[in-house]
Design a protein around this ligand. Structure first.
Ligand code: CO
Length: 138
């Protein structure tokens, strides 16, 4: 067997209707380390990062018009898990292998710079057990 394509779970992203309330839950109820909200206009989201010992949780809230998470929140008004992000060593090699295996890469198939200033791609949920998957070149 070759080396696994995916490595660490970089983060789980959860879309929330109220960032303050969600931050309170993670900080005060669950006792996690929670960042201040960070606006990411290029991504159409405001993000709160929850640092865990082995991964991160990203709390996402729509920012501005045409936010990529606005529709998700409209159909999941209480919030919900939006995607998981796995680290890969070589995003282009991973993309080509995934496409060869029949997986659909979203958008134009070219990596974009994600919320952590690293190249990312998103994979169609229908090809991954109903879950939107992000891969990030770590
Ligand atoms: Co993400």
């Amino acid at each position: 067997m070759g080396k696994p394509m995916i490595g660490r779970l970089n983060h789980v992203a959860i879309v929330v209707p109220d960032l303050k309330a969600a931050s309170r839950i993670y900080r005060d109820v669950l006792g996690a380390r929670v960042s201040a909200p960070v606006d990411m206009p290029a991504h159409g989201v405001t993000t709160v990062f929850v640092e865990l010992p082995n991964t991160k949780i990203e709390l996402l809230h729509p920012l501005g018009e045409n936010s990529p998470v606005a529709k998700f929140l409209a159909s999941n008004p209480a919030g919900g898990m939006h995607h998981v992000c796995f680290e890969v060593d070589d995003i282009l090699a991973a993309r080509d292998k995934l496409k060869a295996d029949g997986a659909r890469v979203l958008g134009d198939g070219e990596p974009k710079i994600g919320a952590h200033d690293k190249p990312v791609l998103f994979l169609h949920p229908k090809d991954f057990c109903g879950t939107l998957v992000e891969i990030e070149q770590a």
